[in-house]
Design a protein around this ligand. Sequence first.
Ligand SMILES: [Zn+2]
Length: 68
Amino acid sequence: MSILKLRCKFCGYWNRVPVNKVLVEQDSPEPKVKAYIPMYEPLEVVKCKKCGKIIAEPKELIRILRVE
Ligand SMILES: [Zn+2]
């Protein structure tokens, strides 16, 4: 598990989000070459500590940014 710093898109507050790192296969024009991009899967629904809006959900992968 990692902690991701995720900026609230509504108010700009930086929140900490527990995530799992996952590698997602990316479509490539060359079928023999597989490209993977690292993404982060939130472990729980996270609400912004400042404005209370939902900023991360387990079903929505995050593409990143910054990890501690
Ligand atoms: Zn917010």
